[in-house]
Write a new protein. Sequence first.
Length: 482
Amino acid sequence: MFGNRLSRAIITTSLIAFIATFGVYYVAHLETDPQVYTDAPLYLPFDNVHITATGMDTDVSYDVVVLRPDGSVATAAGDGTFIPPAPYDAVIADANGEFALDYLLENITGYYDVNIYRTSDTDHVNLIAMTTFEDAIIPNLDQCANGSPAFADRHCDWRNGDLNGSNSSYLESQSIPFRYQLKGFPANNVTHTVHINYDFSGSSGAKGYDFLTKYNVTQTGADVCSGSAAAPILCPFPGTPPVQPTQCFNFPSDSFAAPALTVAGAEAANAQPRCLGIYGGTITSISPIVHSPAVWGGGANTADMLVTFVNSGSAVEFVWAGHLAYSGYWGVGQGATSGSGGQLHMRTQKVDGAGNKNQDRSFQPSGIATMTPTRTNTPMNTPTNTPTRTNTPVPTATNTPVPPTNTPTRTNTPTNTAVPPTSTPTNSATNTPTNTPVPTATNTPVPPTNTPTRTNTPTNTAVPPTSTPTNTATNTATNTPV
């Protein structure tokens, strides 16, 4: 009897434990794929956060508990009413298992947790769904599409997405403009930091963005407040567009070598202004540029700098440009056109040391794949002038050696004085007509342009000495008396 009672007690205890355990599991998983999300990951103080839930049970009431950065819970009305003791914000799921709630923020920056419980779960033991958002500084990075074909007035179509051959047609040694907004600073005149990071080279080792320049060195008509993407909150700036930044802080020179040529050499060869512009604040410093890896290895490499600034209001705007590496400096196959197909990236990272506000914009090589570098026109024109010099020395050099070959003919003139005087009675002179000046023909090939060589022609007047021996007195010896 006692054994049976003990067995029943053990079974009952085990059953109670089983029901308790799996009962909690069942309650926590009544909903089918419950989800909750907000309409943005980041918000400004006093923004309205739109919270939406799906996958809930139809006609069931749920508590929406928003835990603020300071650990407090307040109603969605934004009036500072704390929970508890006030009732939680409760909503009922519709026939589709969905509900929505608008939550008004106060000026409390940081991370917020959105927790969903069944209203019937008064102790909020079983969490149905959760998500997070942040009330903080909001970043946005845009880049400039220059048109395909390029805009004649060199304005910018600012875009929040990628650039490629359909919207851009940049050339090597040109610079792509960027604008970067930070908004939502809770206080003015506070020091902040942000990293600017870019692809110096791709996996093939071909250079991408080799250094940074002033934002409008290529797109001279760039207006910070125009474009397809939403204009910065500071726009419009006072003045006639495009309004220049209130400050342009010089970028440090980059001594990195890849492998023998340096970035500093490329900067000098480009000879363009290189500075970071700011609206709504003051830049106090830019750190030396750091490459990763620190020593050139022939493959992918990134460059990074830390910008320190002070905001004068609730938002600031930065502007700069990324210079597309020029193969005329780096060498054939080493410029921005020679990338192996990967994208070039420009990044902003770690606002005030946090890693959740990073921005990344890419440029597809199709935007420069078929281009001819603009700077190649200058060196190509200079060599074409030098061939004209080679025409002048050619005629003079070939004619000078000809004249000396005719001078030896003058040695024939002294031989005519040796005619014997005793030959006068019987000289028939029949042989003299045969003495034609044959050597004169040898002088005719001299080019007519060499006028000094004509002074040699008088040497042909002398009768050749080979004709004189024919005048022998053979007829005078038979006239003696017998």
